[in-house]
Design a protein around this ligand. Structure first.
Ligand SMILES: *Cc1c(COP(=O)(O)O)cnc(C)c1O
Length: 388
């Protein structure tokens, strides 16, 4: 076999995105794999190892091989969305009446799943800030089954210490799951710290073009095989082959896109931090971030999503957002386009104190436009905020 059969660990992330999982001889030399847009595989004359696309599909498998190698995990399983992957990962390890520990500023539908839906099965969750490992350790109960993490958190951008938490969990037989959507497998690999399972919304940077919903779980082969037949096979939230094909296309350019997202975001964050109309910037890539040392220790880079608090009241902040020319308004992120939204704008003082989300918080996803244009746009609009 050629280079592509070498173990993934000897390949760079770029090599993996370009070449792992591509078997040209299987597809008549096509440089881009075909979309196996079929539900059924016949085995009348020969068993090719496939039966039904809800179980496995050759196009989807290419995406899974690339992502498993990027995350330094054994295997990966793709789902129809990030939430399909997250709920499947949690269901795969939780049993009736178990206990979970999770940061309270986790992606809101994940929090909703834990504190409303899972309650139907007697599962209780203790929500913590996640910033201190001692706080997480203190929240553990004799029946804690899962520590679910998301680092950095995609609104307040605080971190959890992956190595320290994995060590504690391992010693107690608790399963750890990390939502690694923000950093992408290029900039953070939780499995390398001893985390059991990684989940992603591939809707964000991995897809990268705001044209698919996609999710993935990475972990040990034995558990991935169980998930194939239980949570994925039974609930059926499997990735469509065409979605997989677009995801593979996104992965080809992930390294160059992330480089640009990071470079742009570092410039824009530093610019905002220095602007007189900005109270504070929450970005793990800034040396002023309270956990900057931890960020440097456990991440290889930073992506383009971060928050800041402009000066001014609600009306002034809304005005600032509406005046921007290059930033569209919306909640998602990780695409080519720059976005802005305001998760902290309508928060009461009480809710802000409870969650740690600052009032007036604005979140931006820095896209692939020219950094100078983005800064100019922000500056023009910030300068029009007039404080009486
Ligand atoms: C978007 C997002 C999800 C959910 O992903 P979908 O693909 O929209 O289902 C999960 N976690 C984080 C951090 C996200 O930003």
């Amino acid at each position: 076999m050629d280079d592509r059969s070498r173990p993934a660990s000897s390949l760079t992330k770029e090599d993996i995105c370009m070449h792992v999982g591509d078997e040209y001889d299987r597809y008549m030399g096509a440089i881009v794999p075909p979309i196996f847009q079929n539900s059924l595989f016949t085995r009348k004359t020969k068993d090719h190892g496939y039966t039904y696309t809800r179980v496995s599909n050759p196009t989807t498998e290419i995406a899974e091989k690339k992502i498993a190698a990027l995350e330094e995990g054994e295997e990966a399983r793709c789902f129809s969305s990030g939430m399909a992957a997250i709920t499947a990962a949690l269901m795969s390890v939780l049993e009736k009446d178990g206990h979970v520990v999770c940061p309270r500023n986790v992606y809101p539908p994940t929090k909703g799943f834990l504190d409303t839906y899972m309650v139907k099965f007697g599962i209780r969750t203790t929500f913590v800030s996640g910033e201190s490992t001692e706080e997480i350790e203190a929240a553990l109960l004799p029946d804690t089954k899962v520590i679910y993490l998301e680092t950095p958190l995609s609104n307040v951008f605080t971190l959890q210490d992956l190595q320290a938490i994995a060590d504690i969990a391992r010693a107690k037989g608790i399963v750890t799951i990390v939502d690694n959507t923000w950093a992408t497998p290029l900039y953070q690999n939780p499995i390398a710290f001893g985390i059991d399972m990684v989940v992603h919304s591939a809707t964000k940077y991995m897809g990268g073009h705001s044209d698919i919903l996609a999710g993935v779980i990475i972990g040990r082969k034995s558990l991935m095989d169980e998930i194939t037949h239980r949570e994925r096979g039974m609930f059926g939230a499997v990735m469509d082959p065409h979605q997989a094909w677009l995801l593979i296309r996104g992965l080809r350019t992930l390294p160059v896109r992330m480089k640009q997202h990071q470079e742009n975001a570092r410039k824009v964050a530093a610019f905002l931090e220095g602007h007189s109309m900005v109270e504070r910037v929450l970005y793990p890539g800034l040396p002023s971030h309270p956990q900057y040392d931890l960020a440097c220790r456990q991440m290889m880079g930073c992506s383009g999503l971060f928050s800041f608090v402009p000066k001014g009241d609600r009306q002034q902040i809304v005005g600032f957002m509406k005046r921007l020319r290059l930033f569209e308004e919306g909640p998602s992120w990780g695409g080519f386009e720059s976005l802005i939204n305001s998760p902290g704008l309508w928060l009461s003082e009480e809710a802000s104190a409870q969650t740690g989300v600052p009032q007036g918080l604005v979140r931006i996803s820095v896209g692939l436009e020219h950094a100078d244009s983005l800064m100019e746009d922000l500056e023009t609009s910030l300068n029009k905020i007039t404080i009486a």
